[in-house]
Design a protein around this ligand. Structure first.
Ligand code: GH3
Ligand code: MG
Ligand code: MG
Ligand code: MG
Length: 300
């Protein structure tokens, strides 16, 4: 069965019998992908992002060591768990494999029950690691990226922008009179409103590199690499329009009878020699101006 929630295991072995035996063994519990050589293993891994790779060490053309090196050198695949399955059964071979960073080493001829148990164990660790990463990077209330994640991504995007000279746009959204909203409607309603605003913001992040994050409290930050000011402004306008459409009543707001946002934005222009802090400072001051000018507006 290939259920969508099933974890994916890639079996890479040049021996057709081995592939078949392992595939039959794993198929009841996992989505199994097969590769008959190193090049195919890398291609399948790139395309299908398996959770675990059972990798034969001795293969013609490209051996398991080389496949592992190339996986580790590719940021998209560097974290994939790998188990070596090898006819090399000397302790040195096993120790070498483990030193290269594989999760486990299984000697051939293998015992089916043991292979299955080890695969299950490592896939459980993969699930646990993903859960920890999720908890470390995602804000529990809004499900947006959290501040920690944003700081990491911003630092990377900043460096990338300095290398490629492409524009980098940043915007900060802040819910208007949100303290009064909580005071008037209660914190649970405030949480729901904040989640709705977060969903609207996330829904307008179109490119893979775009990031909407919870900067803190009721402030969301949008990071849009490769996006000029005009494009980024349109995105923020669309988010504000969507929040207006949600028509969340806010009887205690000084800005509008409905819940609104204020936003500040700026786009990095390298020739001005701005720093990462300057960009954030510009965004902050624009948000401040938007608040000063009466809220429910965007200043770019
Ligand atoms: P302004 O228009 O100037 O932004 O006014 P404001 O009241 O929105 O700003 P202020 O920074 O004074 O208050 C922010 C409020 O947001 C205070 C806090 O109770 C509320 N808030 C922050 N995080 C959460 C949250 O997770 N849930 C709820 N319900 N409220 C939150
Ligand atoms: Mg082989
Ligand atoms: Mg506010
Ligand atoms: Mg605020």
């Amino acid at each position: 069965m290939n259920l969508p929630g099933m974890q994916k295991v890639l079996v890479a072995d040049d021996d057709a019998i081995n592939r078949q035996v392992l595939a039959e063994l794993l198929k009841p519990d996992y989505t199994v992908l097969l590769a008959k050589n190193g090049a195919q293993a890398l291609e399948r891994a790139t395309r299908h992002a398996p959770d675990l790779i059972l990798l034969d060490v001795m293969m013609p053309d490209m051996d398991g060591y080389e496949v592992l090196r190339r996986l580790r050198a590719d940021p998209q695949m560097a974290d994939i768990a790998v188990i070596f399955i090898s006819g090399l059964d000397r302790p040195e071979d096993e120790a070498n494999g483990l030193k290269m960073g594989v999760a486990d080493y299984i000697a051939k001829p293998f015992n089916a029950t043991v292979v299955l148990a080890r695969v299950a164990l490592h896939l459980q660790m993969v699930r646990q690691r993903r859960m920890l990463e999720h908890l470390a990077h995602v804000d529990g209330l809004t499900e947006l990226a959290n501040r920690r994640r944003y700081d990491e991504v911003y630092a990377n995007e900043w460096l990338r922008t300095q290398r490629n000279g492409r524009p980098l746009s940043l915007a900060m959204l802040d819910i208007d009179c949100f303290k009064q909203y909580n005071d008037h409607y209660g914190h649970p309603a405030g949480d729901r409103a904040l989640r709705a605003v977060a969903r609207a913001a996330a829904g307008h992040m179109r490119r893979p590199a775009d990031l909407a994050a919870r900067y803190g409290g009721e402030e969301l930050v949008l990071l849009m690499p490769d996006t000029d000011g005009a494009q980024a402004l349109q995105v923020v306008q669309a988010i504000c329009a969507e929040v207006a459409q949600l028509a969340i009543a806010h009887a205690a707001s000084t800005a509008s009878p409905l819940l609104t946002l204020s936003a500040g934005g700026a786009t990095l222009r390298l020739h001005k020699g701005e720093s990462a802090q300057d960009l954030l400072a510009a965004v902050d001051s624009h948000l401040y101006l938007a608040k000063q000018a009466g809220r429910n507006r965007i200043i770019w």
